[in-house]
Design a protein around this ligand. Structure first.
Ligand SMILES: [Zn+2]
Length: 158
């Protein structure tokens, strides 16, 4: 299994095949096969016949897989189709444009970081509120258990 230099969401240039020259976004990757699925590239039409009463017969357009050797990553900073180098930044391996040296993974990282920050904030809010609630619950629970015990005592005395 070879490691792909292309990830889902990348802008790629198709360099071979019937869609040669197209620039589009990677919709999915299959590292085991060394292939990627690119939006509007290698579109295959499939005629689907209705098998049940509520289904419709239709012609579906399905994007086929294309080999990763047929696509090149388009660098967002220099806008050129490029090969990918790997470099260690802040202890993490990131993909780097071979032509201009720009890091290709930064945008996603930032997005992830902001997401993480947001979730962290919301979680802290949640925990504080749940703590307050659970405190109340504990008190009520204690009261309930006391009552139960009292009842139980009564029952036992009978
Ligand atoms: Zn570049």
């Amino acid at each position: 299994m070879t490691k792909l230099n292309i990830k889902t969401g990348d802008n790629v240039l198709v360099i071979a095949g019937k869609d040669k020259g197209k620039v589009s976004v990677v919709s999915s990757t299959s590292p085991k096969q060394g292939k990627v699925c690119v939006q509007d590239v290698n579109v295959q039409t499939k005629h689907v016949k209705a098998r049940r009463a509520n289904e419709k017969s239709e012609i579906k357009k399905i994007e086929g897989l294309i080999d990763i050797s047929n696509v090149m990553v388009v660098c967002p900073s220099c806008n050129k189709a490029t090969r990918v180098a790997r470099k260690e930044v802040d202890g993490k391996m990131v993909r780097v444009c071979k032509k201009c040296g720009a890091v290709l993974d930064t945008d996603k990282k930032v997005a992830k970081a902001t997401k993480a920050a947001k979730t962290a904030k919301s979680s802290t809010k949640k925990t504080s509120s749940t703590v307050a609630k659970s405190g109340v619950k504990k008190q009520t629970a204690k009261g309930a258990t006391n009552r139960v015990v009292k009842r139980g005592d009564k029952g036992g005395s009978k």
